[in-house]
Design a protein around this ligand. Structure first.
Ligand SMILES: [Zn+2]
Length: 370
């Protein structure tokens, strides 16, 4: 198996591209959407169900697994793949995003971050070296540099955070010891084009096997997101995968692909499923609404997922009102299928040179259901 983390571009259509990223646990066909398994599980579905849906990359969270059950325990048991019974590629984040989200319970300095656990209040410290050590214990195929995601509109904060993010990226590279993991660099800089440009130039100069665009979808407008994506797209090397972190509505996926993004992840499909909301290519559908109480239709007539093949909206609403666990499972299966199937169709459209037609047809229908 090719474990060199090479990225082969297979087709290009405008800025959109298809490619194959080679990892030790198999090839990733991009552009792709990765479901999030925060606690080493994609909530409410089994690995077998994920596999049946055509998932091939899963994201797990370093911060959560470090605190519980502990990265050293996971390493002793054989690493994350074995621990969660997922034989295909896994990506871990650096823990930075969660740590910085702790607001009052963390203190940042030049060397790292000291924070209090949200579980038991105990004090911990993560430095770039520690983040890499944890991620090496977890053993994912793709690991992330420890970065600082600043609030998007705070210029002064973004300037300071960017300096730290850049120094920490160099330290992460130096700290890395495993050759079977690809470390991705992260580009920050808020909504400020000059900071994003500086970040893209510096991070790409370090020569990572892939690049993430961080700090988007954290409060800025769609227009600002697209401006930054277009700017960064032009500065990133064509022959490395680009990962847009934490973005995952159907329209966001289409718009990201149109601007050169290869990898997406988001809690949206699994989180919405637990809040009774189905995602379709036209928008969202809240199945708890009384309007669905005697509706014999599936969530989406054109969807071929297990849920839509066998269950009515009336049944799903019944499960929700009866607080049955199966509601979350069936909605998660449907929501993930919607995004994974969308990405398969996008890959086909790019290969056929039809991405513009595909995206305009998609956008014409989007949100018509709401
Ligand atoms: Zn479905």
């Amino acid at each position: 198996m090719n474990t060199s983390f090479e990225f082969d571009l297979t087709a290009q259509d405008g800025r959109a591209r298809t490619g194959i990223f080679h990892t030790p646990h198999g090839d990733l066909h991009t552009p792709l959407f990765a479901p999030v398994g925060t606690q080493a599980t994609v909530k409410s579905v089994t690995p077998a169900q994920l596999e049946e849906l055509g998932t091939n990359l899963i994201l797990a969270n370093t911060y959560h697994l470090y605190l519980r059950p502990g990265d050293e325990l996971i390493a002793r048991i054989g690493g994350l793949h074995q621990f969660m019974h997922w034989d295909m590629p896994i990506l871990t984040d650096s823990g930075g995003f969660q740590v910085f989200s702790l607001a009052d319970n963390r203190k940042i300095d030049h060397d790292g971050v000291t924070f209090k656990s949200h579980i038991d209040g105990s004090t911990h410290r993560i430095t770039p070296e520690k983040s890499i050590a944890i991620q090496e214990n977890l053993g994912a195929d793709i690991i992330m540099a420890f970065d600082e995601c600043a609030p998007p509109y705070d210029l002064f904060y973004n300037e300071r955070a960017l300096e730290r993010t850049h120094t920490w990226a160099e330290r992460c590279l130096k700290a890395k010891t495993r050759s079977d993991q690809a470390l991705f660099g992260i580009i920050q800089g808020g909504v400020y084009p000059e900071l994003r440009q500086r970040s893209a130039e510096f991070i790409t100069s370090l020569g990572f096997p892939g690049y993430a665009i961080g700090g988007l979808s954290v409060g800025e407008t769609k227009g600002e997101t697209y401006t930054i994506l277009e700017l960064v797209d032009a500065l990133l090397p064509q022959d490395k995968p680009r990962y847009l972190m934490g973005v995952g509505s159907p329209a966001d996926l289409v718009n990201g692909v149109l601007r050169g993004v290869d990898i997406f992840d988001c809690v949206l499909p699994t989180r919405l499923a637990r809040h009774h909301v189905a995602i379709t290519r036209m928008g969202r559908l809240n199945l708890a609404n009384a309007g669905h109480s005697s509706d014999a239709q599936p969530i989406d007539e054109r969807c071929s997922c297990y849920t839509c093949l066998h269950f009515s909206r009336a049944y799903l609403r019944h499960l929700i009102l009866a607080k049955e666990m199966l509601a979350a499972t069936l909605l998660t299966i449907h929501n993930l299928n919607t995004l994974l199937e969308l990405m398969r169709d996008i890959r086909q459209a790019i290969a056929a040179g039809d991405m513009n037609k595909f995206s305009s047809e998609f956008m014409a229908k989007w949100e018509h259901s709401e």
